[in-house]
Ligand binder design. Sequence first.
Ligand SMILES: *[C@@H]1O[C@H](CO)[C@@H](O)[C@H](O)[C@H]1NC(C)=O
Length: 343
Amino acid sequence: MDSIILFYKISFFAVLLISSHMFAEAGNVGVNYGRRGSDLPSPTAVINLLRSRNVDRIRLFSPDQDALNALRGSGIGVVLGVPNEHIQSIGNDPNFAGNWIWNNVLSFDDVEFRYISVGNEIEIPSDMSDYILPAIKNLNNALRAAGRTIPVSTTISFGLVVDSFPPSSGRFSDSTQNVMRPIVEFLVATRSPLLVNIYPYFSYNGNQQQIQLDYALFTANRVVVTDSGNQLQYTNLFDAMTDAAYAAIEKVGGDGVDIVITESGWPSGENGDIATIPNASTYVNNLISHVSGTSGTPKRPGKSIETYIFALFNENMKTADRIEQHFGLYYPDMGEVYPVTFR
Ligand SMILES: *[C@@H]1O[C@H](CO)[C@@H](O)[C@H](O)[C@H]1NC(C)=O
């Protein structure tokens, strides 16, 4: 009898623990706040908008002083990007790195920095890619010297992962491995995540013969792919891509390194039938419920996946590709492109 009561108490306690854990994980979805628009609202208005929607994480591509000032005291967690053009100086010169940390991190002691990302989708190998790890180390040292522990990492494009089908065969190509291996080893040593941009949209768009739309939009609700390497079963492309990235990381010594998804999204215009508001809404809302639940991916099950939606606004100054202007959740006047439920 006693042991039954004890068992009952323990399971009740376990349930409490599990549910408080789930609440703690609930706010793991953020948005990318880019500012390449001529008509965007002020950072203060933007931060108020985010707070009104219970969004408590954002990613900045650069240490935009107006945005950082607006974030003071907001409690919003920030992934702070080091622009690609600063990486060489930071990697070459510890003093430059120290000043960068002072000006953009320590001076904002009432901003909650989650990670610092050295660069965004730097081409590997390239002249610049040789500076990624030295820059990570110099920034990390500067933070330590100031008594701060903010994980410093880099943001890679999923394009670095080759042989991504089936997911277990994912790897970094021979030419990128020499750069990625020491970076990943450093992330293991500092217990920092690798930041990865993952877009099922681009995979689907480039390979409609072999990829079904429902698999890309999280609406398949059936096993679409069974990985011939490890028998893991996939119902959505996002998980398959994420696990291919995990496979690549493990092959360069990164067991235990977590992935944070720094970008994922679906455009709502400029690509015919595919980039429609309904398809974008389906993808983004299903993505949010998937990553904030505790299913995880087949390879890393049982935990939510920290993810940043790309992007907050439609930005009219992004000119490389017209589609890039149509990833926003909001129009510049802060009207919704489509409704998004954050939690
Ligand atoms: C979503 O994309 C598919 C594939 O291009 C298209 O056929 C379909 O009409 C789109 N659905 C909506 C509701 O826009």
